[in-house]
Ligand binder design. Structure first.
Ligand SMILES: [Zn+2]
Length: 319
């Protein structure tokens, strides 16, 4: 059970947060062909040697650690995460928790289990090991442990089944001292979300992802950052949503407003964005290309180091 502030749980074991190094906080290294693949064919990466190749390129560019944001039940491949980390030397933090419900088979326990059973399951994946079969059933655990609790805010916000799932994630986080990482769906009404979670947990324990894509009103980014939540900007190299120049501007505005210590970066990779699977972007894109674009937008190297080294170390080890 990790509860100690300053420690981060990798798939290979616990480390002091000073050993995390450069870290992108929301990526996908593997996704097996499950429900998500039926909805979006780019949500499938199952090849160990391709993922290892991608991680090796990332390491060669200066990458040291990655958070894999795929929870169990929707194609996490926990055993492969361990193998890829050992083979490539890149440190990997794996996720327990839950994703959008559309990514699960209809008979999965995530749809029906009560909050205490869910909380126990999430905490168990952190303290004992992840469920290899991804069914939530007993007896399938392996020694590889999760280090972050992934959650998802779909368009309906914290209501219905999602309210129960969040209750469980918050309980598991309180019990284990593990941070919560939250997918924020584009188009959601985000205005009451930071307040809702600030009443239930220490904001330092929570990361809101995709705000650069999901929430257009920058005042809401500021509101969340002011309360102490971490914000992850990961709509990088995705011209369908906005240019990299606009992305660098968003990051620069938030830094100038005094929130450089709240920002994390990632690429939210899938098959179309990983070079070793035939995609164009590459896991090393931030290191090789986007860093220069941030510098052109006036962001200093010291500030970029905060986004990619100092802030991840703190966000992933709240205790
Ligand atoms: Zn993601």
């Amino acid at each position: 059970m990790i509860k100690k502030k300053g420690m981060i749980q990798l798939v290979t074991g616990l480390i002091e947060n000073t050993r995390l190094g450069y870290c992108q906080c929301h990526e996908h290294l593997f996704i097996s062909s499950r429900e998500s693949f039926k909805l979006n064919p780019s949500l499938r990466m199952e090849n160990l040697s391709s993922t290892v190749k991608e991680l090796e390129r990332y390491a060669a560019a200066g990458g040291r650690s990655v958070v894999d944001a795929q929870p169990g039940g929707c194609g996490r491949m926990a055993d492969k995460l361990l193998e890829a980390s050992v083979k490539s030397g890149v440190q990997v933090v794996a996720s327990t928790g839950f994703h959008k419900l559309c990514y699960y088979p209809a008979n999965h326990f995530i749809h029906t289990a009560d909050p205490s059973r869910l909380a126990e399951f999430f905490a168990g994946e952190i303290s004992e090991g992840m469920d290899l079969e991804e069914t939530g059933g007993p007896g399938n655990r392996q020694a590889v442990k999760a280090g972050v609790i992934k959650t998802a805010l779909d368009k309906e916000g914290v209501s219905g089944r999602y309210e129960i799932l969040f209750e469980a994630a918050l309980e598991a986080s309180a019990k284990t001292g593990t941070p919560i990482m939250c997918h924020v769906e584009k188009g959601i009404d985000f205005s009451s979300v930071p307040g809702y979670f600030a009443r239930r947990t220490d904001p330092e324990k929570m990361i809101f992802c995709h705000l650069d894509k999901a929430v257009q009103d920058m005042k809401l980014h500021i509101k969340a950052a002011e309360m102490g939540f971490y914000i992850e900007y990961d709509t990088i190299a995705r011209p369908r949503y906005h240019s990299d120049e606009r992305e660098a501007e968003i990051i620069s505005e938030m830094s100038e407003a005094g929130f450089a210590d709240r920002i994390l970066l990632g690429l939210d990779t899938n098959r179309e964005r990983l070079k070793s699977y035939g995609g164009k972007t590459g896991l090393d894109y931030i290191l090789k290309d986007f860093t220069g674009k941030m510098e052109s937008a006036g962001i200093t190297r010291g500030t970029i180091r905060k986004f990619t080294v100092d802030n991840p170390a703190k966000a992933l080890s709240p205790g």
